[in-house]
Design a protein around this ligand. Sequence first.
Ligand SMILES: [Mn+2]
Length: 547
Amino acid sequence: MGHQVKDLHTFLDEYATAYPDQVAHITKEVDARWEAAAIAIQSQKQLPEPPILIFDKLRRLDGQLSEQPVILNLFASRSRSAFAVGSTFESVARDTYARRNDRVKPVVIDRAAAPVKQVIQRGDAVDLRQLPGLVHAGWDPGPYVSAGYLTTYEPDSGIDNSALQRGWMYNERELRVFPSNASHNAWNIKKIEERGGDARVAYWIGHHPAACIGSEGKLGYPESHWAAAGGLLGQPLRLVPSETLGDDFLIPADAEYVIEGIVPRGKLKPEGPFGEFPRYFGGQRLNPYMEVTCVSRRENAYWLSIVTGYADDGIGALRREGFLFDLLSRTVPQVTNIYRPTSCPFYMYVQLHKTQEWQPRAIITTVLSAPEAIKYVFVFDDDIDIFDEQEVHWAVGTRSDWMKDLIVLPDLQVSNLDPTSVRAGMGTRGGIDCTKPAPPGVYEQRSFVPEEVMNRIRLSDYLPSLPAGSAAAPVRGARADPAPIERRAGARHVEGAHKVAFVLCPECRGEYYVERSEYASHPDAECHCPFCGHEFPVSAGQPYPPL
Ligand SMILES: [Mn+2]
């Protein structure tokens, strides 16, 4: 597939071949208002791995059946995003960030060769109501573009910018958009308006997920998102001149849909409320709008949508994880992984191979001073599976002491869409150090079943009737044996030293620990080795730290 041009269709073919149970066609009629979103959310809640949903029979808001299918859940699986960019479940965010920096310059092709120009409606022929736009959330005032990349060009450099930004398809020709204040699109529109012009803008909707993931990055300003998308695709993104915005305004040639338009200078209209990424509606806002001049699409176009705030929004998690992992790897290189869980968009879990006591606090303060809408950060040891909420909450509960492990800082930058940010863009951020003491510190041993047994036992040999689960999701492995306890000099003076004392069985050399408070004043009291059953006075076990 070296020379094959990558788009959403080639991805679906490739993915369905690898994971046939992960591309599901819904052939029953589904209403564009709420029903499609409800199906997607239920699939995310009830299935171990939510498949791509292709709605073949969508009833549009104008009452007609859509001839173009609608896709949800494209980004609802981390395994799927990993497949799309040739990475793994654990490292997809890190790889995405690295590959986004392998900038690949786009190429411009002829209109006649551009799939997105196969069907074109201009001027009076444009009718947004003929698009299969979905109403996702209960208070959304109408159908929204939620998986569309709003594109503008910086007027001095001519450099492109694209960002996933919501747009309300208000009527036949008007689309009200929300480029938030701190976004590059908002800066571009402002610059153009300050020079007295109306801004040219376009949405592109649907592409190979690698192009979507590559474009969704916090880059410099101005810096080309086309080139970042090319890095993720591993091939130049193909562009083509717009229909109505001039030949210098380029759009992705292999997108499913493109909506072109003009933002009238300085005019604002009410927009929203909209079920946003924090899973709140936020207030109605006064926002710019597009006078739509052209809608173009492929013959066999898929309309891509995202149920904002739910698992489908995972594309935003990858972007934030990659950015912060990169930042942390330059301040605390012992950071091993990072994850923004689907449970809360304001959380970030950081995994650390801890070697020094200060590292978790450095991680917390670094993340809290960074942008990217992360409000609470949690730092874990590298024996914690940060993708497993059970492990995460266990570690928060058993490895943190909030009197000393909690950092809380007021008046930092937070998302405007965070309901706690009562002053615009400002609020409290915090972090919890959920790590054990660094060596030579001592801490109690987490319980485990020996690794050899966990690997040997297959549940299906004993409970053969249980379903096997989805092929696309990696099997989250049973925990390996924890790292062996090591005696190290200096433990007497470190955290945890007061709690337990490790002893070495004189018979089998097995090491375990006793409660210091029980044995401290009884050096001749008996110990019982849990490994061989030998009994010996605690002093014969070389208690460590010394009693
Ligand atoms: Mn940008």
